[in-house]
Design a protein around this ligand. Structure first.
Ligand code: ADP
Ligand code: MG
Length: 697
């Protein structure tokens, strides 16, 4: 039996450990840093480092690492041991405050979007005391921020922390106007629901596409997909249940509050959701969670696929970023209360968010743009590429009446009659769910649903925090200048809802009509990475990041370049993998099958001219034609890859060529490949089929 409370956080240098091991003044100073964002005096660092090292050694650690989040999209770590020569040819275990606070990894090989030349390779990592260190596989992990020698940010944590500062500052200003002068800090909270696929390791090893790209590049539909909806919330298979139990234990030991787990819509797809926490900790937790998902799967001879679209024809995987704001006094600012229509403070925050989503649709879209996510957004399953806000019936009606200048008649919370006496009467939630909305109000938070399953959640939260901070700043500027704050706030709320009404949509986001309706409303529909990131450098976007000290123009431009380059590289790898599979596996396999068919036909005819060989002849002819066509498409793809290379000096054009031309070539090649798969004997087909992979666990 697992003792969960004892296990929870046992690998974390958490509050209990700090309280127990740090001298009181040091503990107090560190706590002030963590809770109030105060700068930690460097004289304290030695004491913290010492306590951390002692604790880590007890946990079996020999090394420490500054764990950071460069623009590669994954985390990075370089391990240094604690050993220091003691002068007598022996070593002791040492760890100084300086080593805790600052690291200097050679940064030349991390993406920087042209910010630094390689001769200025130096990069710095700086300890983030607000995210707890942890012990893992013999190493003490210290969450850090990563910047260049000249101070430009090269990671995702620094801008996230900056955006949290900014939104805190502006939200506090607004709250002070409402008389809440005890509030000195507002933090954003995040709970990230994570979807993933789990497949057998043997199947994975037999697929070069999964190995090199994380998704299948060929694969005909299985006879059964997700049409029966029998996987969603279905009973969990033993092997998967064992994996999930081990996963929970691992996550708990790192202080990740894993709460909910269930099967998802597609066969072999699942979800895990921890309880929400402060944004930067939630982001770090999600990075660690993805790592632990993969490592735990290995123990069960399984592979965890985090790609947004591992299989065509069934749902892909996303991440739902539940987001809210909470004050240092514990008030959730997105809690509408019993009478939202009278809760002016809530309505003001709501209005700021609605305005932010409308004005910065492009930035929110950019924050979730990735090659993998292009397969989901707009592909009739995940939310579409169009941003809109779902408020639900009650709140929608409140907002409507504010816009119309009418009084809202509340119907209150209703009971739900289940019609069976032994069952308890349930209180109905005032917001129903709308699973199709990209940005949905869910009672006491917003759920941003456009994130891809493999992305770092920092990007979305950087944008969300920054744009809402900007609107709050605008509101505070205005309200601080008026006499009657309440009356002015009421007018501001009404004005804002009226002006940004177009972004509110409570209907079915997957429907064809919505695409047209959204176009009529003038909402953006940015279908792929190059189309989305093109808006990075729009004047208003540069301004909002600069105003809130989140990115400088140069830093933003660097991100734009990195995103484009990354995108092109991914499609390029996929294209090369397809060509490899086509030429080395698929063409030889189908040719061999054709030869067997030919041999069979010849043998039959040799036996007697009366034996029909129509089937073999037909198949041989059909497959032979398709082989030629397939080879031609492969050649097209090869030629276009060469053309792409010529565009490399213009990153935008280069990336667009990959999305418009190369990707289309890949689709065309795949279509014939998948068609041949359906006609080729499985003895000859070189890869496990969709059916085998998805139903194989
Ligand atoms: P769903 O029914 O949407 O799948 P889940 O229970 O799977 O819901 O996930 C909901 C997520 O929202 C959890 O991670 C939960 O902790 C998080 N959440 C709840 N309240 C807040 C809040 N105030 N701020 C941020 N996240 C929250
Ligand atoms: Mg869920």
């Amino acid at each position: 039996m697992v003792n969960v409370p004892k296990l929870f956080g046992s690998n974390v240098f958490n509050d209990d450990v700090m309280k127990e091991r740090l001298p009181k003044p040091v503990y107090k100073a560190l706590k002030a840093t963590i809770e109030n964002g105060e700068t930690l005096d460097s004289s304290m660092a030695n004491a913290v480092a010492h306590a951390m090292k002692e604790w880590a050694i007890e946990k079996g650690c020999t090394h420490y690492t500054h764990w950071f989040q460069p623009l590669t999209g994954i985390t990075a770590e370089k391990h240094d041991s604690f050993i220091t020569p003691d002068g007598d040819g022996k070593v002791m275990m040492a760890f100084s405050g300086k080593e805790l606070i600052k690291g200097e990894p050679d940064a030349s090989s991390f993406p920087n979007g042209g910010i630094r030349a390689t001769f200025e390779a130096r990069g710095y990592t700086a300890w983030d005391p607000t995210s707890p260190a942890f012990a893992r596989d013999g190493t003490l992990y210290i969450p850090t921020a990563f910047a260049s020698y000249t101070g430009e940010v090269l990671d995702k944590k620094t801008p996230l922390l900056r955006s949290m500062e900014s939104i805190s500052k502006e939200a506090v200003r607004v709250l002070h106007l409402f008389g809440k002068t005890n509030v000195n800090r507002v933090v954003t909270t995040v709970g990230a629901e994570q979807e993933y696929f789990l497949i057998d390791k043997e199947m994975y090893d037999a697929r070069p596409d999964l190995i090199f790209t994380g998704r299948t590049l060929f694969g005909a539909k299985a006879p059964k997909g997700q049409e029966l909806d029998d996987h969603y919330f279905g009973s969990i298979k033993t092997r998967v249940a064992q994996f999930m139990a081990e996963l929970d234990n691992e996550l708990w030991s790192y202080g990740i509050p894993a709460k909910t787990k269930h099967n998802e819509v597609a066969p072999s797809q699942h979800e895990i959701a921890p309880i929400f926490t402060t944004t930067n900790v939630a982001v770090d937790h999600n990075e660690l969670l993805m790592e632990i998902l993969k490592k735990t799967a290995e123990k069960f001879n399984l592979v965890c696929l985090l790609h947004e679209k591992p299989f065509a024809g069934v749902n892909g995987s996303g991440k739902h970023n539940n987001w809210s704001l909470i004050t240092n006094e514990g008030e959730n600012l997105l809690k509408p209360g019993k009478k939202p229509e009278e809760n002016l403070q809530f309505l003001l925050f709501l209005a700021a968010i609605v305005k932010a989503v409308d004005e910065y649709q492009d930035l929110l879209r950019i924050s979730v743009a990735s090659a993998g996510n292009d397969h989901r957004l707009g592909a009739n399953e995940a939310p579409p590429a169009i941003l809109s806000v779902f408020l639900g019936d009650q709140l929608g009606a409140v907002v409507d009446s504010i816009e119309e200048g009418e009084t809202y008649e509340s119907e209150g919370k209703k009971n739900m009659e289940l019609g069976v006496d032994v069952l308890p009467t349930l209180r109905k939630d005032t917001t129903d769910r709308n699973r199709t909305s990209p940005f949905a109000f869910t009672g006491n938070r917003f759920e941003f649903r456009m994130l891809g399953s493999s992305v770092n959640t920092a990007s979305a939260n950087i944008v969300l925090n920054t744009i809402v901070a900007e609107e709050l700043k605008e509101f505070a500027d205005h309200l601080e200048s008026v006499k009657d704050v309440k009356a002015a706030a009421k007018r501001l709320v009404a004005r804002t809802f009226k002006k940004h009404d177009r972004i509110i949509f409570n209907g079915d986001n997957y429907s064809e009509e919505w695409t047209h309706e959204a176009e009529r409303r003038g909402l953006l529909n940015l279908k792929n990475v190059p189309a989305a990131v093109k808006h990075y450098m729009d004047e208003k976007n540069v301004r909002v990041f600069e105003n809130n000290s989140v990115f400088s123009k140069e830093e933003l431009f660097a991100r734009y370049e990195v995103d484009l380059e990354n995108y092109a590289k991914i499609i390029n790898i996929e294209a090369l993998t397809m060509l490899d599979m086509a030429k080395k596996d698929i063409i030889p396999a189908v040719t061999a099958y054709v030869r067997e068919l030919t041999d069979t036909a010849l043998a039959k005819q040799a036996l007697s001219a009366d034996i029909p060989t129509t089937l073999e002849t037909r198949l041989v002819s059909d497959l032979s034609q398709k082989l030629v066509c397939f080879a031609d498409k492969a050649t097209d793809l090869e030629n276009d890859l060469i053309k792409a290379g010529e565009l490399v000096d213009d990153m935008q054009a280069y990336a667009e060529f990959y999305s418009d031309v190369v990707f289309a070539d890949m689709q065309a090649l795949r279509a014939i490949g998948d068609d041949m798969e359906t006609q080729t004997s499985s003895d000859y087909w070189p890869y496990p089929s969709y059916g085998e992979i998805m139903f194989g666990v």
